[in-house]
Design a protein around this ligand. Structure first.
Ligand code: ADP
Ligand code: MG
Length: 427
């Protein structure tokens, strides 16, 4: 176990980390931060949710020279959402470093706005490879002062066809730079990049042992296309799901589920690649702030997102392959919290799902969806549990007085409780 306070880093960073609520480093942070601080090149493999962002951000931040207002580090991420998220994390880390500036650059946002901020001077740029190249070519982004380049979710970026862009950026940044490569998997292509663009890199691999494997309870439910949407609602009700990310395989699927959730008065939103950046940001914020309960999304739209308090992932559609399944359910149970992953399986998806089950080293338990009768009992139970909780934790004196005053032979306390339960159920 290693504490952030034991690291040889700025007090300003220590203070910010502690305010973020972290005391001990995660395994990847413990390995990577000291090496990164020494200036070593690193190729690191660790699963999603293991704390990679801080693992590379702390060494980078530590060596930023504030008085120099030109970019000193570039962090490349596969999606705009991830860029925003990483830039946000760095902003929090740098809260006590005066005059520090970080900027996220990505497609879909007018380039002029980003250009203006870049021209004013930023220390760290977080961007998608395409947009970073765009800024370099327009002369908005000076590379001469770049000391570090990070490839975050390198495997994802390669899958998305960013290989050439990444190499262009690496070729045009100073050779003495530090190059940090973080990824959930290290395929051959990444090894090649490491070999060609890193200097004597240190390879770190954090095995996903029991301690770092998130505690995700995984259930599957048989359904059929005709009742699938109804079964989704049943699932949300039965498990009293107050917040969930719901995955569909296609944009059309996302639209369908989202529209029907809305129609049934569920608080929900949709996220997919065809939406404008502005709208996507708005949707993400609403979901993050808890103003919306259910976010329906495609895989691409949700890659790498770290949303805290996400208790439940629902696979409305069975994902196309095991990797997608892992990526999806990795959105819950972040940093050691518990989480649930539910998958709806029609007979048509059986083959696909069996394949996923076979590859999973954690058991995916097949469950039955509750019947109408069971649903009824469950809903009562959920309300009664909340009541019991309130009796335990709240001060009910004032309410007790009212109940006592209103109970009589004609209206017993039992009857009043039953009447209140009925009201709650019909609400
Ligand atoms: P990864 O990039 O490996 O998927 P993230 O960097 O997004 O993981 O971190 C996942 C979650 O864990 C985030 O909510 C982050 O704030 C939290 N986290 C990071 N470091 C720590 C730590 N040392 N202790 C507890 N939580 C942490
Ligand atoms: Mg990450």
């Amino acid at each position: 176990m290693m504490k952030f306070n034991d690291l040889d880093i700025l007090d300003e960073i220590k203070k910010a980390v502690s305010e973020m609520g972290f005391k001990n480093t995660t395994p990847i942070q413990k390995e990577a931060i000291p090496l990164g601080l020494k200036g070593r090149d690193i190729t690191a493999q660790a699963q999603t949710g293991s704390g990679k962002t801080l693992a590379y951000s702390i060494p980078i931040l530590q060596k930023i020279f504030i008085a120099d207002k030109s970019p000193q580090a570039i962090i490349l991420c596969p999606t705009r959402e991830l860029c925003i998220q990483v830039a946000g994390e760095i902003e929090k880390l740098a809260k006590y470093i005066k005059k520090f500036k970080v900027l996220a650059v990505y497609g879909g946002q007018p380039i002029g706005k980003q250009t203006r901020v870049l021209k004013k001077g930023v220390h760290v740029v977080v961007g998608t490879p395409g947009r970073v190249i765009d800024h370099i070519q327009r002369g908005n982004l000076e590379l001469i002062g770049i000391e570090s380049v990070v490839l975050d979710e390198a495997d994802e970026m390669l899958d998305m066809g960013f290989r050439e862009d990444i190499e262009t950026i690496l070729k045009n940044t100073p050779r003495q730079r530090q190059t940090l490569l973080f990824s959930a998997t290290i395929p051959q292509e990444i090894k090649k990049i490491a070999k060609n663009y890193q200097k004597n890199p240190k390879f770190i691999k954090i095995k996903s042992n029991k301690k770092t494997t998130p505690k995700i309870t995984q259930y599957s439910f048989r359904t059929n296309p005709k009742y699938k949407f109804k079964d989704l609602c049943r699932l949300l009700e039965a498990y009293d799901v107050t917040s969930a990310l719901i995955f569909c395989n296609t944009k059309k699927g996302v639209d369908f589920v989202f529209k029907n959730l809305k129609k049934n008065d569920y608080s929900s939103d949709a996220l997919h690649g065809d939406m404008t950046q502005k709208l996507r940001d708005k949707v993400m914020n609403r979901f993050r702030n808890g103003n919306v309960n259910y976010l329906v999304a495609t895989d691409v739209a949700a890659r790498g997102l770290d949303i805290s308090n996400l208790d439940v992932i629902v696979n409305y559609d069975v994902p196309q392959n095991f990797d997608d399944y892992v990526h999806r359910i990795g959105r819950t149970a972040r940093a050691g919290n518990a989480g649930f992953a539910f998958t709806l399986v029609t007979s048509r998806d059986s083959f696909l799902f069996e394949n996923i089950k076979r590859k999973s080293n954690v058991k995916i338990i097949e469950k039955d969806l509750p019947t109408d009768k069971e649903m009824n009992a469950l809903k009562n139970q959920i309300i009664l549990d909340k009541v019991k909780n309130s009796i335990k934790n709240d001060n009910l004196d004032d309410y007790l007085k009212i109940i006592k005053k209103n109970s009589s032979k004609e209206f017993t306390v039992d009857e009043m409780a039953a009447g209140l339960l009925k009201m709650m159920r019909e609400n």
